[in-house]
Design a protein around this ligand. Structure first.
Ligand code: NAP
Length: 503
């Protein structure tokens, strides 16, 4: 099936009603798998998923740190067309999510479409032939009529360039590249960062390590997770009463969607959310000095709200310390903070997040007339509906710019995008097009609206977050309710596109 994206488009076999385009999907994570499944369901098999790792799963394969799990309830964090009545708990852990994705790939016959250990380094659009010419990191040349990027927003670990880091003689690794061969038992461990990843593994390593020192740059709002295992009778109902499963999923969706009211700047719901988060902090932590360190100084929602039942408990352990003094540098044996104090550590774990705003990097993408995407996005990535890019025909993005969420399931957004891209592919076939290219005016107008709406949200408040560029432009998050996004993407507006027939 590899041939799908290699089949020579020069033969003149462009898309037509009986001839689907060849499609290259970059990434075999949740979005790439969803795209593949929907194509198969539509009777289109001329696609290949190129996956740089040796296993599918994307972020769920990469993030296998202790305690890794999803902070969206599992019955919503799965495909609408493939419910899983057997989720063991409300918030599943990584191995169960990986199993689910493996199951989907197997059930829908995707494995033969995936090329593992294949990373696309560059892609340029050949206008004359209406194909994307790609080159892998090993120099192999490939081509496809349609290019679908499903590389996600959180796939390249960010490791800060700390002064002296190279001289450190202990071990270091990033949370998304967990060194499972490394035993932390009895060690002095430094954790840099306290985001969604850190708060999941710190409760797991704190009872094992001799000492855990958390270097926190800014505090986060934490709310309880209320996680629990499903009871056998609940799973029986999910398995045997399909309508109950559907209603349950819908109720989770509705509850999470309503949370967006709290993400408008200075909203009453946001105020209540903040009060709830601070009450939870005071309930779990009694030391006033620690409470002060853990109290955020920015509006709730500006950064991702964290959910955990056990993070605060781990912070009050005698062997755990939260350091808020900025890091000055790293020595051979430890970490020095700006107040001059130093702490000896055996291992440094970077829970410092990802390179989130340089979408598609390090791939080099060239569109019509040799335009370079990296240059066009130098002031911040943007796309039409987060999916299409003017000047880059037949290139579609899944989980692209301004499609991330802080309140609901990203799988909902991905399904909207996949549904949209599928219709674009079908349009290429129906009209025997060489390519379709979104008009610049449509894209600019759309992004003006998105940025205008974002100004009213907590994302644009004053805090440092992975949702925005250094200059403060919010490039990652969707600006409203997910139902608005669904409405905008349910059917493409062909008037927004230039439809170019085959010569
Ligand atoms: P993150 O939220 O970006 O957190 C990175 C942490 O590292 C922050 O505390 C940040 O501090 C700190 N940091 C970054 N550079 C630093 C530096 N130079 N010096 C000191 N501290 C530094 O990354 P993450 O925790 O990996 O989570 C990323 C996203 O992945 C989440 O927001 C979420 O969307 C997703 N995720 C989801 C789940 C889940 O579903 N359960 C789990 C894990 C991750 P500042 O806050 O000051 O920037």
């Amino acid at each position: 099936m590899r041939e799908a994206a290699r089949r020579a488009p020069e033969s003149g076999q462009g898309p037509s009603p009986h001839n689907p385009p060849t499609i290259a999907i970059l990434g075999a994570g949740v979005a790439g798998l969803c795209m593949g499944i929907r194509l198969k369901k539509a009777g289109i098999s001329s696609f290949t998923l190129f996956e740089k790792s040796d296993r599918l799963g994307g972020t769920w394969y990469d993030n296998s740190y202790p305690g890794a799990g999803c902070d969206v309830p599992s019955h919503l964090y799965c495909f609408s067309f493939e419910p899983n009545p057997s989720w063991s708990r409300k918030f599943s852990l990584q191995p169960e999510i990986q199993d689910y994705l493996d199951h989907c790939a197997l059930k829908y016959g995707l494995l033969k479409h995936i090329r593992f250990r294949t990373e696309i380094a560059s892609a340029s659009f050949d206008e004359a032939q209406g194909v994307w010419r790609m080159r892998t990191t090993t120099g192999e040349e490939l081509s496809a009529h349609v290019l679908v990027s499903a590389t996600g927003q959180l796939n390249r670990p960010h490791v800060p360039k700390l002064l002296g880091l190279d001289s450190f003689e202990g071990s270091t690794f990033h949370s998304a590249r967990w060194d499972h061969g490394h035993d932390l038992a009895g060690e002095d461990v430094a954790v840099i960062g306290n985001g969604a990843s850190a708060i999941q593994f710190i409760p797991c390593i704190a009872p094992v390590a001799r000492r855990v020192t958390i270097f926190q740059r800014s505090a986060n709002y934490v709310v309880p997770r209320f996680d629990r295992a499903y009871k056998p009778w609940e799973k029986w109902i999910f398995r045997n009463v399909p309508i109950a499963l559907k209603l349950y999923r819908a109720s989770i969706y509705g509850r999470l969607e309503a949370r967006f009211f709290g993400f408008f700047r200075d909203s009453w719901v946001g105020k209540k959310l903040r009060e709830g988060a601070l009450a939870y902090l005071h309930e779990r932590v009694s030391d006033p000095a620690l409470v002060e360190k853990l109290t955020p100084d920015y509006p709730i929602g500006c950064k991702r709200i964290l959910i955990s039942d056990d993070y605060y408990e781990s912070l009050v352990r005698p062997n755990v310390e939260v350091v808020t003094e900025p890091i000055a540098g790293v020595t051979r044996r430890g970490i020095v903070t700006e107040d001059g104090s130093s702490r000896l550590v055996d291992t440094i774990i970077f829970a410092t997040g990802f390179e989130t705003t340089s979408f598609l990097a390090p791939m080099q993408i060239e569109g019509l007339g040799g335009r370079k995407l990296a240059e066009e996005w130098s002031t911040g990535a943007e796309a039409y509906l987060g999916v299409a890019l003017s000047g880059y025909p037949n290139l579609f993005l899944l989980y692209g710019p301004n499609t991330n969420l802080g309140h609901n399931s990203i799988i909902f957004m991905i399904e909207c995008q996949v549904n949209y891209v599928l219709q674009c592919v079908q349009q290429l076939m129906r009209r025997s097009l060489s390519y379709l290219d979104v008009r610049r005016e449509a894209m600019d107008q759309y992004n003006e609206q998105v940025q205008h709406a974002i100004e009213k949200t907590a994302w644009s408040a004053g805090c440092h977050s992975w949702y925005k560029t250094e200059s403060g432009k919010v490039t990652n998050n969707w600006s409203g309710f997910t139902v608005e996004y669904w409405w905008k993407t349910r059917v493409p507006d062909w008037g927004a596109y230039e439809l170019v027939p085959r010569a």
